[in-house]
Design a protein around this ligand. Structure first.
Ligand SMILES: *Cc1c(COP(=O)(O)O)cnc(C)c1O
Length: 392
């Protein structure tokens, strides 16, 4: 008999009742060190007092009103994002998938309004993940996500990561946009080199195609800059944000330049919940903490510290781990054993990690993880590897 919860996940059997910082407490009272952070969501850890304060204060005043009215909390969050990024304007969603949908619509509408009605093609990349809607799976294109769900939204071309010749050949006067994650998350913590992001910007400028960065996972401070593309010194025309921006409250956003957003006039898009006072009050609290030079410098320092520990781990356990990947606190371990077995073995050490494609395990801790918790993670990872070595 089917479970009452639609069985689309292969879930671990434990569950959690409470969280604090980088720690979760399970039903039986035991504590787990959380390097998954709800898949890069809990950027300030669990139950951060600033976020609890923002949420409860807003909850007492006003949860939800329609976008039929001005929403000052939404305007405040938009102001913060515009002040801190390339963007001129922001639309709020409830998820990354919805941000992908709007990014695609925005790019196509831009060319429609210019009278280029057949300029609808969008170039995307193998290994990409943009969400689970019909549009987002068409954009990512991976067999395991699209199989059985056709016919897919047409207009997407998928290129190999790093094949520059194929890319130059693929971008034509029918290309509306290029969409890419500066650091692939689900795809296996693959960091796009700065020179590639610069090359994409140049190609977009030369052809007019709009450049869409999906920073749903790698944004909001995770790489040690507020957004990952800042490392390369280039900006997109459109950017998708979600996961970390709500710190655990479902919130996403599309950020865009005035030019890229020019087609999105009254009536072209909407959302019932997107940008409601409760979500935006929390989002503003998150951005208020993360968009701070001192905070981001700490993320970079902790990222280096974690990386160095992981390098030692890999060197000590070559039968289990092959390499470290990532930037800042979006880190991954390439495994020499089956990655899901590593995740399960870590559960036994009460350490939570997340698998990814390319036989990787992901480490996406809270950005404010304590140094002592980084050290404790490394101790537990070493124990995990030692346990796996016994059964290889
Ligand atoms: C998680 C993710 C999405 C989808 O976000 P949801 O909030 O799950 O809809 C899109 N793009 C990237 C890069 C992601 O990591």
């Amino acid at each position: 008999m089917i479970s009452h919860v639609l069985p689309t996940y292969n879930r671990a059997l434990f569950s959690f009742v409470k969280g604090e910082g980088s720690w979760l407490t399970s039903e039986d009272g035991s504590r787990y060190l959380d390097l998954g952070a709800g898949i890069a969501v809990n950027v300030l850890g669990h139950a951060h007092p600033v976020l609890v304060g923002a949420l409860t204060e807003q909850a007492r005043k006003l949860w939800h009103v329609s976008n039929l009215y001005r929403i000052p909390e939404q305007e405040r969050l938009a102001d913060l994002l515009v002040e801190n990024t390339f963007a001129d304007t922001v639309f709020f969603t409830n998820s990354g998938t919805e941000a992908a949908e709007l990014a695609i619509k925005m790019a196509r509408k831009y060319w429609y309004d210019k009278g280029q009605l057949d300029r609808v093609e969008i170039i995307a990349f193998e290994g990409a993940f943009h969400g689970r809607s019909t549009g987002a799976i068409a954009a990512a294109g991976a067999e395991k996500m699209v199989k059985g769900f056709g016919p897919l939204m047409p207009g997407f071309t998928h290129l190999k990561f790093g094949d520059h010749d194929a890319l130059r050949a693929a971008v034509t006067d029918k290309t509306a946009a290029i969409i890419i994650e500066p650091v692939q998350g689900e795809g296996g913590i693959r960091v796009l080199p700065d020179v590639c992001l610069k090359g994409l910007r140049d190609l977009a400028d030369a052809t007019g195609a709009l450049l869409i960065f999906d920073e749903v996972q790698c944004g909001m401070g995770r790489t040690g800059k507020l957004f990952a593309h800042e490392w390369a010194g280039v900006a997109p025309d459109i950017m998708m944000v979600a996961k970390g921006i709500g710190g655990g409250f479902p919130l996403g956003a599309v950020l865009a330049t005035e030019k890229a957003a020019s087609g999105m006039v009254v009536g072209t898009h909407g959302s019932t919940y997107g940008g409601n006072p409760l979500g935006c009050a929390v989002g503003a609290a998150v951005v208020g903490v993360v968009a701070d030079d001192a905070f981001l410098a700490e993320v970079r320092r902790k990222g280096v510290r974690f990386w160095q520990g992981l390098e030692r781990l890999v060197a000590a356990h070559p039968a289990v781990f092959e390499a470290v990947r990532g930037q800042g606190l979006i880190l991954g371990l390439k495994c020499n054993v089956i990655n899901t077995n590593v995740v399960k073995a870590a559960y036994a050490e009460h350490l939570l990690m997340v698998p990814a494609a390319d036989n990787m395990v992901r480490l996406l801790p809270a950005l404010n993880i304590l140094d002592e918790d980084i050290e404790e993670s490394l101790v537990r990872l070493n124990r995990t590897a030692a346990a796996l070595e016994k059964v290889i």
